[in-house]
Design a protein around this ligand. Structure first.
Ligand code: AMP
Ligand code: MG
Length: 378
């Protein structure tokens, strides 16, 4: 199969999108830009299409998919019981990077929800996603458009790198505005529970709607819970073999995620000096490995200066992915997945990068970074 890469122009390319939307309705798989990451979109009403999405991503069968809708008029196609909180949250945050979990419609193929009796629903804000969803008119499943386990795609090229020749279309509408996946909020829990942190935080939800929701369990906690499921629960036939004995609320959170080939060292410190000290002490241990650095130019300059003042430590071997100025969590979030992919492609053996405080964007950022770093940080 030849994957068609379609560049979206200033005017939005409505005519091209009509063709793609018609193919999507018929069962084609489409790389779809959203404000969070690129998604792998397919018609949610076609069981074969849903199964194909799992197959091309290599996604574990027990990790359910998010349904993407144009607006709430489509809700009755996917959910039978819409909780009152939904309308409050919809008014404040939709379209936008908030996914809400509620009771699912029996009319949906069960594969969408990986056998759960709930469904996750989101209304993306990105213009091309909205145009595609409007033109298609059907509920659309769209997991992140990467191969399972690798960093989510934030540019069309990332999807091409992972899925070229396996899907019909990729719509290129430039880099994603945010760079991390949506907040997943379970409305069947009381109080509602964040299952995956995103840029819409518990604090923001409280501030804008008066609703109290529980924070997501930390990456470290969800990692501990992974000791429970047997390894074979990740295999394709686990649902038939009855080996799944562990059903966490958000199955996706139990898998290693966002992971580059190279391990990651997260440097911590309350100010730049401590950060540099943390980086230096790690670099000292790594004389022979090819090192990568992801972070702000200012931090890297300070690091190089310290290195050049110390005997025997060479800074020339670094492969860097830098953004201008000083550490900035919104920018780091925007660049994280692209950086992991670039540094991997350059063949680095260890990625060094600073931590951010866990507030605002920092909550989702540190969740992704710590999951990506799991093989390194015990
Ligand atoms: P991705 O599509 O790669 O962004 O991953 C979707 C995330 O949403 C995964 O972490 C899933 O576990 C989660 N998710 C999807 N549907 C549900 C559901 N019905 N209940 C809980 N979590 C869900
Ligand atoms: Mg994903």
């Amino acid at each position: 199969m030849v994957t068609k890469l379609i560049t979206i122009d200033q005017a939005g390319s409505e005519r091209k999108l009509r063709t793609v939307a018609a193919a999507l309705v018929q069962g084609a798989l489409v790389g779809m830009p959203t404000e969070t990451v690129y998604g792998l979109a397919g018609n949610a009403l076609l069981p074969d299409t849903v199964r194909r999405i799992f197959a091309v991503k290599g996604r574990p069968q027990d990790n359910p998919l998010i349904i993407h809708l144009y607006d709430q008029s489509q809700l009755d196609q996917v959910s039978e019981l819409v909780p009152p909180e939904f309308y409050l949250l919809y008014r404040e945050f939709c379209p936008g990077p908030l996914t809400m979990v509620m009771t699912r419609s029996q009319a949906l193929p069960s594969e969408v929800s990986a056998g759960l009796d709930t469904v996750a629903i989101r209304f993306p804000a990105q213009r091309t996603a909205r145009n595609l969803l409007r033109l298609a008119g059907v509920p659309v499943v769209a997991p992140s458009g990467n191969l399972s386990g690798s960093p989510s795609p934030t540019q069309a090229q990332h999807m091409l790198d992972d899925l070229d020749g396996k899907i019909e279309y990729i719509l290129d509408d430039g880099p994603c505005a945010l760079g991390v996946e949506s907040t997943v909020l379970d409305l069947t829990a009381s109080p509602p529970q964040i299952l995956r942190p995103g840029v819409i935080t518990a604090e923001l939800i409280l501030e804008r709607t008066g609703l109290t929701v529980r924070e997501a369990p930390s990456a470290v906690l969800t990692k501990a819970s992974r000791a429970v499921p047997p390894a074979e629960s990740q295999t394709e036939d686990s649902s038939q073999s009855g080996s799944v004995i562990f059903t966490p609320r958000s199955p996706g959170q139990k898998y290693r995620h966002y992971a580059p080939q190279a391990p990651i060292f997260i440097a911590r410190g309350k100010d730049r000096r401590e950060l540099i000290t943390s980086l230096l002490s790690r670099i000292e241990l790594e004389a022979d490995r090819r090192l990568g650095f992801f972070g702000a130019e200012d931090t890297f300059d300070a690091l190089q200066k310290s290195l050049s003042e110390m005997n025997g430590l060479q800074s020339a071997d670094f492969v860097t992915y830098l953004y201008p100025g000083s550490e900035q969590v919104e920018t780091a979030t925007h660049e994280l997945f692209a950086a992991l992919r670039k540094l991997d492609a350059a063949g680095v053996e260890l990625i060094l990068t600073p931590a951010f405080p866990r507030q605002g964007f920092g909550i989702a950022y540190m969740d992704r970074l710590e999951r990506a770093a799991e093989s390194e940080e015990k």
